[in-house]
Design a protein around this ligand. Structure first.
Ligand SMILES: [Cu+2]
Length: 359
């Protein structure tokens, strides 16, 4: 009897929980209401099946419990029952699958006149590229990646020059305009996910994947990486602000083109370089230690190494830590930082930036 009571409580509690849970969808801010409906239909179908199957088990436990003199009957075939059960299951599976297939068809068919943005993922930052005035993306090639050319754009391709580069994790989009994201990864698998837009797509190294949506509510939304991509996965976040068309246009005109970025000096650009290369995912500028030590007030301080030696955080140590990070590891941190190739000017710019963060 205890089994019947406990199971009944679990079944009723599970069903009730789905109605009163505080962890429901965040308010929808895109065109993808169909995806929510698909999930809700699935919840209803599986919920009804759950209640019916659980109810049947409880009924059997009570009805056929052990009694003196009761004997079970042997019935190996019951064609009528099999036909009914097969029919019900078939209808259930169709209701489960059909709405998803309809929504998926829209999801993978990209609108033709949509705005285009490229989303680039790397451990552990997001950056973006617009095709610029000519509307055509310049060619990219993994061999062309450098600390200066972080998008790997072909400098000899005339289409590259006007490409607009967003070298921070903060992207703006205009409201009510369909936008197609071309997604690519510079290193490992990532997943571009904005919960309020319900939009989600894997980034696969060596491939381009696509995703589209139409933002429908003004506001600021968080981009999260939804595919475990290494130690700093949790820090791989970004922001998308949905603006009016006017605000979006004025933001876009302030962003540099590829031509601009290739011709800008490095002096005073330490913060920009740190952002573009993703240093900021692990090294904060606000005193909070992350995967790596914070940069705030670090310049000139003493730091204990795992080897037991103490070093002064000066220009030489910082540069060595960037170029050859596993030479010395600070105590309390894992030796997970990849080595970065940078020009002397860029190293100086970063040291200078870290220095400005210290009192
Ligand atoms: Cu990631």
């Amino acid at each position: 009897m205890a089994f019947v009571i406990v199971t009944t409580i679990i079944v009723i509690g599970t069903v009730l929980w789905n109605f009163i849970t505080p962890w429901w969808f965040t308010p929808l801010a895109s065109n993808w209401g169909a995806l929510d409906q698909t999930i809700i239909i699935s919840l209803w179908v599986t919920g009804v099946a759950f209640v019916l199957v659980s109810g049947f088990i409880l009924y059997c436990v009570v009805k056929f419990r052990y009694k003196e003199g009761h004997k079970s009957e042997y019935e190996p075939e019951n064609t009528k029952l099999e036909v009914i059960l097969t029919a019900i299951t078939t209808v259930g599976v169709i209701i489960l699958l059909a709405p998803g297939l309809i929504a998926w068809n829209d999801y993978v068919n990209l609108p033709e006149d949509a705005m285009e943005v490229e989303g680039v993922g790397q451990q552990w930052v997001w950056t973006y590229r617009f095709p610029g005035e000519d509307g055509v993306y310049g060619n990219t090639n993994g061999r062309l990646f450098s600390s200066k050319n972080t998008f790997g754009l072909d400098p000899n391709d005339p289409n590259s020059q006007d490409d607009i580069l967003i070298r921070s994790n903060h992207l703006h989009l205009p409201i009510d305009e369909p936008v197609v994201f071309q997604l690519r990864s510079k290193d490992v698998l990532h997943d571009f996910y904005i919960p309020q837009f319900r939009a989600k797509m894997d980034l696969v190294p060596g491939q381009q994947t696509n995703l589209w949506f139409t933002p429908t509510v003004l506001g600021t939304y968080e981009v999260a990486c939804a595919e475990y991509c290494g130690t700093g996965h949790f820090a791989m976040r970004g922001i998308i602000t949905v603006d009016t068309m006017n605000d979006f246009q004025s933001w876009l005109t302030e962003q540099p083109t590829f031509f601009d970025t290739m011709n800008e000096g490095t002096k005073g650009q330490g913060k920009q370089i740190a952002q573009t290369l993703g240093c900021v995912a692990c090294h904060s500028d606000n005193g909070k230690n992350g995967i790596g030590p914070t940069w705030k007030n670090s310049f000139g301080s003493q730091r204990m190494m795992t080897s037991g030696e103490t070093v002064i955080v000066d220009a030489e140590y910082i540069k060595e830590s960037i170029v050859n990070p596993n030479e010395k590891t600070a105590q309390g941190y894992a030796p997970v930082m990849p080595a970065y190739k940078m020009s002397d000017d860029e190293l100086d710019a970063i040291v200078e930036y870290i220095e400005t963060l210290s009192e």
